[in-house]
Design a protein around this ligand. Sequence first.
Ligand SMILES: Nc1ncnc2c1ncn2[C@@H]1O[C@H](COP(=O)(O)OP(=O)(O)OP(=O)(O)O)[C@@H](O)[C@H]1O
Length: 252
Amino acid sequence: MSAPLMQATGLTLNFGRIRALDDVGISIWPGEVVAIVGESGSGKSTLLRVLSGQAQADAGQVLYDGQDVGAMTEAGRRRLLRAEWGFVHQNPRDGLRMAVSAGGNIGERLMAQGNCHYGNIRKSAASWLQKVEIEVDRLDDLPRTFSGGMQQRLQIARTLVTEPRLIFMDEPTGGLDVSVQARLLDLIRALVAELGLAVLIVTHDIAAARLLAHRIVVMRHGRVVEEGLTDRVLDDPQHPYTQLLVTSVLAA
Ligand SMILES: Nc1ncnc2c1ncn2[C@@H]1O[C@H](COP(=O)(O)OP(=O)(O)OP(=O)(O)O)[C@@H](O)[C@H]1O
């Protein structure tokens, strides 16, 4: 593969006096998992929002498949979000429709893509529930009757059912019990490998980054301070901030 799937350069975004992004460059290749790590307030979520077209940078450019996302029409960006990209939010409520059944949550993404055969949509929804380890007899239940971990797995099913090429994940295991987190990480790892997805994942959790990511990007104060292959960054960190991040995790 000769070109990145997504490539951003010079991204800068200010919120009043706060410089949330400061000349950030990042790229992701097809099938690659890239983790964005860094302390709270370092700009990780803002970067994800800008890359996925949910926020506009003051300066810089995002190219997706060679196309300038900033220069696209609103309809073009919506098409990308519907057909090529997926977004998994930290809080499943932000990614699910809570008043719609589990099967409906999965099925409506297929319908938005033009699928209209009810039987096939229901079959796909059932098969995706199984993939994310939710009993198929919960197909007609509302997400609010699910546990936090189940809601997150349902959000993942809803996101992946349309087979997007690039998934943005913002702290997908945040707010869950440690044992639930471990199971969810395993599930994400298996699905990502099976489907060959490109994933940009924001996480506080260095262990999660080690488990999932091919490459790590370390952010601090809105800047990328270090990036490289996961084992290299975690086993031989070069920047003093990454060294601190890695040693504080080891000491915890
Ligand atoms: N809508 C907004 N209005 C004003 N300031 C904002 C807004 N969104 C983010 N910021 C500020 O931009 C900076 C980066 O925030 P961001 O949420 O991207 O950090 P983060 O690394 O994702 O943090 P966390 O890990 O706590 O979610 C912070 O100083 C934050 O207060």
